[in-house]
Design a protein around this ligand. Structure first.
Ligand SMILES: C[S@@+](CC[C@H](N)C(=O)[O-])C[C@H]1O[C@@H](n2cnc3c(N)ncnc32)[C@H](O)[C@@H]1O
Length: 182
C-alpha cells in the first residue's frame, strides 16, 4: 500500500483480521478495513489494480476472491497476487503441522492455518477460468522489489538457476493478469 500511495494513487486495504487492520492503520495514511476478500464490498468496475500479498493461500474459496476481483476491476485493470508455492518440502508442511498438533509439540511454533501451497499450473488455471488474460505465473523467493536496482535485477536473473539446483527451496508464486477491455 505504501508503494502505491507513493505513486499518488488512492489505495484501499483489506484484511479479515482486526489485529492486522489495527497495525495497518498505524502504518498507512489511507483507508483500511476488516473484511473478507471473498466478498468485496465494492461496486463493479471500481479499481485499476488489485494486489494481494501472501493471503491467497489462506482463502477458503479462492475462486470467489478471483471472481470478486474480476467484478470490481475496471476493464483493462490488473491483478497481481503473491502466494505460497508447493514443492516436495512445502507439500508435507500441513501434514507436519497436524502431526505436531496431535503430539502437542508446541515448540515448532505456528500451527496449521489450513493454508494451501499452490502449483504454478493451479494458479494459472484459476486465473484463466475467471477470465483474466495476459497471465504470468512465476516463482519468486528472494528477488524482492525492495532491493535496490542492481541487486534486484541480479537476484531476479539468478533466482531461476538457484531454484533449479535447489528443488527443496520454499518459494512464493507471483501471478499477474488483466481483466480484458470490453
Ligand atoms: C501471511 S499473512 C500476510 C499479511 C500481509 N498481507 C503481509 O504481507 O504482511 C496472511 C493474511 O491473510 C489474511 N486473510 C486470511 N483469510 C482472509 C480473507 N478471507 N480475507 C481477507 N484476508 C484474509 C490474514 O488475516 C492474514 O493477515
Amino acid at each position: 500500500m505504501q508503494r502505491y500511495l507513493k505513486t499518488g494513487g488512492e489505495v484501499f486495504g483489506f484484511d479479515i483480521s482486526k489485529g492486522m487492520i489495527k497495525k495497518a492503520k498505524i502504518r498507512n495514511n489511507s483507508e483500511v478495513a476488516v473484511g473478507n476478500a471473498e466478498v468485496l464490498p465494492f461496486r463493479d468496475n471500481t479499481f485499476d489494480c488489485i494486489s494481494s500479498i501472501l493471503a491467497f493461500s489462506y482463502l477458503q474459496y479462492p475462486e470467489n476472491m478471483l471472481y470478486e476481483a474480476y467484478r470490481v476491476l475496471k476493464p483493462g485493470g490488473s491483478i497481481s497476487i503473491c502466494t505460497l508455492g508447493r514443492n516436495v518440502f512445502t507439500a508435507i508442511v500441513p501434514a507436519a503441522y497436524r502431526i505436531g498438533e496431535k503430539l502437542r509439540v508446541n515448540r515448532v511454533g505456528v500451527g496449521s492455518f489450513g493454508e494451501h501451497y499452490y502449483r504454478e499450473e493451479e494458479i494459472y488455471t484459476l486465473f484463466s477460468e475467471t477470465g483474466f488474460t495476459d497471465l504470468s505465473v512465476e516463482r519468486r523467493s528472494f528477488a524482492h522489489v525492495d532491493l535496490k536496482p542492481p541487486l534486484y535485477s541480479l537476484t531476479k536473473k539468478m533466482e531461476p538457476l538457484i531454484e533449479d539446483k535447489l528443488p527443496y527451496l520454499a518459494f512464493n508464486i507471483c501471478a499477474a493478469g488483466k481483466k480484458p477491455e470490453k
